[in-house]
Ligand binder design. Structure first.
Ligand code: M6R
Length: 608
């Protein structure tokens, strides 16, 4: 997704903008650019490609010198990645960077053309906004911004500089996230805190419709209606090191290794006297008792955490759970009752489709619960209740530790709900809770146990075009995540299939040597899964089986066995996830892919 940064202060502005943009690289981008006040004029440098290409260009052409400016990494939505479509975009007196989408840009462009504004250089919606700002600019920047905001439809954030307002940066948030960070005599804007954490931990969260004016190393805020605002200064509870690779070759590997700590930090404050206690998140046994049906709505990996949640909640609490992809749920006119609970799971808390679900649920009378990793994010603020996962910043596009902590929260919720509804007794609840408390050590042990085997098996996957992940029950829910992880970073086509469903069509895809990865951690289903493994093996598949260290698996059915520690069947997903992550990671590394920033993908998907 696009990244915005901005700076006003004593440092070399170009250096600050480029270093801040580098910290947003994880969001995914295809071009980059900056605009800096240089000797009272706005100097622009931009290019298709990576930030190193921008740096090379500036080295050739001369680097803009100044102390105030804006910067951008673009993830193309309107118009192909090219120099000319890169941000910043300018009107005659206004230059902007933009994140998000302007839905009515075509009408606005027509309006400008009808008013003899025809100097469009790019195919972007952003340039239309720059021209519109210029069209309405009468020497009063705030009045002009407010006027234009009333005309724009969509979700977006803007960084703006006016040629006749040197050393001043304006910022606007309409849905798309934007923060203003306050340092000693300097001030920044950024799409995300990691961009500027190196300079300061103190930041303001811009709310929808708010405008910030950065000047003289400080900031003032006003509303869309022009009212001055006092805002609360927040402090990030993590530092630059947490957002760095810390000696690992990739963020993804670092984040896989951070999982034991992430789970521990997430569950510890939610356990009291050996039982789950989610009351600090607004969830009490009384509220849990009242819910009739549960909807879990999310996208991608977060949705897969919801799939595991469904199995566990239904099994223990005997409440019906429906899991939906957010972009489908929105349009299927779901039957939500006043006694229902809608759970939105999101690492970023900014995913546009998941966010839209909250708006849809409002007015139905149902309660909403957000399970979110990023503090103060839109979804966290808009839901009735929120459980923060404490994974720390997740930088790699492929989600790993965020999924793991989402699973841990799903379990805690299931245990507390089952106990509250009288479906399990206190002893059982304590026993289950003790098991989850032991998970950090088990995950740690699993990483050590499987890393070599995963590295080796990944060498068998690199030359394949297509593979299948199969499993039954919880293993099927889990294999969905294994398959997504593998395909998104290795670029190998991969499908996850319910093992028992293969015979109904998909088995015809099996050809000599095609890899099939079977997740077989559910002992109660083991025999049946082994039969399915044999079926594909008999048709020439190369079988890779993930199972516990005691599972009795016929060696003739398997080419490669990845053994993981044996724990209770219900908690196996938190262990079996590890080899799936490592298989994806090493396959991507062996193929020479950009592991942390896979092609075409963005970390936080703030467009629908
Ligand atoms: O920030 P969110 O959890 O809402 O993001 C949802 C998906 O976009 C995300 O999980 C995506 O599928 C990841 N790339 C998966 O690794």
């Amino acid at each position: 997704m696009c990244g915005i940064v901005g700076y006003v202060g004593p440092r070399d502005c170009t250096d600050v903008l480029v270093s801040a943009l580098k910290k947003l690289e994880y969001r995914g981008y295809d071009s980059a650019g900056i605009a800096v006040f240089e000797d009272g004029k706005i100097a622009v440098a931009k290019t298709k490609g990576r930030l190193v290409d921008l740096e090379a260009k500036m080295q050739k052409q001369g680097k803009p010198q100044g102390h105030a400016g804006i910067g951008h990494t673009r993830w193309a939505t309107h118009g192909e990645p090219s120099d000319v479509n890169s941000h910043p975009h300018s009107g005659r007196r206004v230059t902007i960077v933009h994140n998000g989408i302007i839905e009515n840009y075509k009408q606005l462009k027509q309006f400008l053309i009808d008013n003899e504004r025809t100097e469009f250089l790019s195919d972007t919606d952003t340039e239309v906004v720059a021209q519109l700002l210029d069209f309405y600019y009468d020497g009063n920047p705030i009045r002009c911004i407010r006027r234009v905001l009333h005309e724009l439809r969509g979700s977006f954030a803007l960084g703006i500089v006016f040629a006749d307002r040197p050393e001043t940066v304006y910022a606007v948030r309409c849905e798309s996230p934007l923060i203003v960070a306050q340092g000693q005599g300097e001030v920044f804007i950024a799409s995300d805190v990691p961009a500027v954490i190196k300079y300061t931990k103190d930041y303001y969260l811009l709310e929808h419709g708010e405008i910030a004016v950065l000047k003289n190393g400080g900031v003032t805020f006003c509303s869309l209606h022009g009212r001055m605002l006092e805002k609360e200064l927040l402090t990030a509870d993590w530092d630059e090191d947490s957002a760095e690779k810390g000696g690992y070759p990739h963020y993804m590997l670092k984040e896989i290794h951070e999982q034991p700590t992430a789970v521990k930090t997430t569950i510890t404050p939610r356990i009291e006297n050996g039982l789950p206690n989610l009351s600090e998140c607004g969830i009490t046994p009384e509220t849990l008792r009242a819910f009739q049906n549960i909807f879990i709505v999310a996208c991608g990996t977060a949705m897969h955490a919801g799939m595991v949640g469904k199995y566990v909640i239904e099994k223990l609490a005997r409440v019906s759970v429906t899991v939906d992809i957010a972009s489908e749920f929105r349009y299927r006119n779901p039957l939500i009752g006043t006694d229902d609970l809608v759970i939105i799971i999101s690492q970023s808390g900014e995913t546009a489709d998941s966010k839209a679900v909250l708006n849809l649920v409002k007015g139905t009378g149902a309660k909403t619960l957000a399970i979110v990793n990023v503090k103060g994010s839109s979804i966290a603020r808009e839901a009735d209740m929120v459980i923060y996962t404490h994974a720390g910043p997740e930088i790699a596009v492929a989600s790993t530790k965020a999924y793991m902590v989402q699973l841990s929260v799903m379990y805690l919720l299931a245990f507390e709900m089952a106990f509250a509804k009288g479906k399990i007794d206190e002893d059982t609840c304590r026993r289950l809770t003790a098991q989850i408390v032991s998970m950090p050590q088990v995950i740690e042990k699993t990483i050590g146990a499987v890393v070599d085997m995963c590295q080796y098996v990944s060498t068998k996957l690199i030359s394949t075009d297509s593979l299948l992940y199969i499993g039954r029950g919880l293993d099927y829910a889990l294999s969905m995540e294994g398959s997504l992880k593998l395909k998104e970073i290795s670029y190998i086509h991969s499908e996850s299939y319910a093992a028992g469903e293969l015979k109904h069509g998909t088995i015809s895809l099996i050809t000599e040597g095609m890899p099939v990865i079977a997740v077989a951690t559910q002992n109660s289903l083991l025999e049946k899964t082994v039969s399915n493994i044999k079926e594909v093996k008999a048709r020439g598949a190369m079988t890779i089986v993930i199972c516990d260290e005691e599972a009795d698996i016929d060696s003739e059915a398997t080419d490669y066995l990845i053994r993981i520690p044996k724990i209770s069947e219900m908690l196996m997903p938190m262990v079996a996830t590890v080899p799936m992550q490592l298989l994806a990671y090493y396959t991507s590394v062996n193929k020479g892919n950009d592991v942390d920033k896979p092609r075409n993908l963005a970390k936080s998907v703030t467009v629908e």
